[in-house]
Design a protein around this ligand. Structure first.
Ligand code: ZN
Length: 279
């Protein structure tokens, strides 16, 4: 507990210092080994549930299938067709499970040209459809359907991962939806070609976040990185709503997807769900 007094809360634009990084990764590793040595038990799953596709109307929709890279990597399933239809009028949100806790959320497409997580999110929804879960999973595969349709990083000239604290932006809307749904943890999935340009998991300076991140780091070999605090990122804004969060990156060129990058980000998603013992 001696460290605890010395830990300062993150403030705007603040770089985490070396002690903070050591403390939070140490706590994450401690809980990881407690769990692994305890057997890392799986839970019994609930009743089979069909996916429920809803719409977040406050976010502008788009013709996501215009993005041929997304279209060409996805099988045609009735569920995918329904999701693309909904995306014309807003951001689709897919609920899997019966509403019980834990209630976790996965988001993709905050940057519309980062494609592997958006494709993997749909694969995940199809794979979990009709399965029994322990808890509830909400998936938002296209945070900004317009940007995904245009294969564009920006949504209406905005970098949505810098404006999540600005009312009316798609990322701010998602944080509010997550709050209304009483989400227990949120993971935001990106692809990266510049910074950090490697498979990684990024945590905020709190123990719930670093514990999730260390688990994903150990199970997927994603590099563990501390978040350079900016209040406009989706994970910072969610954290400011008391929702524990992490951000996962998969290395991939902008605007493209490969089978291996899709599988890697899919694996990160599954491990996030395993951490919460939803699957
Ligand atoms: Zn991104």
């Amino acid at each position: 507990m001696i460290f605890m007094d010395k830990i300062k809360l993150p403030i705007e634009g603040k770089l985490p210092n070396g002690w903070e990084i050591k403390y939070y990764t140490l706590m994450g590793k401690f809980y990881y080994w407690v769990r692994i040595l305890g057997g890392d038990k799986r839970v019994k799953t609930g009743e089979l549930q069909e996916a429920d596709v809803k719409i977040i109307e406050d976010i502008p929709g788009g013709l996501v299938l215009k993005n041929t890279e997304i279209r060409d990597h996805l099988p045609e399933t009735p569920l995918n067709s329904e999701i693309f239809e909904v995306a014309k009028n807003g951001a689709p949100i897919i609920k899997l499970g019966d509403g019980s806790k834990p209630r976790v959320m996965l988001t993709a497409g905050v940057h519309g040209n980062e494609l592997p997580p958006q494709i993997a999110a749909l694969n995940l929804v199809n794979d979990l459809n009709g399965k029994g879960l322990n808890g509830t999973v909400y998936v938002i595969p296209f945070t900004a359907p317009q940007a995904s349709a245009q294969n564009s990083k920006l949504h209406e000239k905005d970098n949505l991962n810098l404006v999540a604290d600005v009312p009316g932006t798609p990322t701010n809307t998602i944080v509010n939806v997550a709050g209304e749904l009483k989400i227990d943890a949120l993971a935001d999935f990106h692809a990266t070609s510049t910074h950090p340009a490697e498979n990684s998991v990024i945590y905020l300076l709190d123990i719930k976040s670093s514990t999730m991140a260390v688990y994903i780091n150990k199970k997927t070999n994603s590099r563990l990185l501390a978040h350079i605090y900016n209040p406009g990122t989706l994970i910072a804004a969610a954290s400011n709503h008391n929702i524990p969060t992490i951000l996962c990156e998969v290395e991939s060129p902008d605007g493209l997807a490969t089978e291996s990058s899709i599988q890697y980000t899919y694996h990160q998603m599954k491990v996030f769900l395993e951490f919460h013992r939803v699957i």
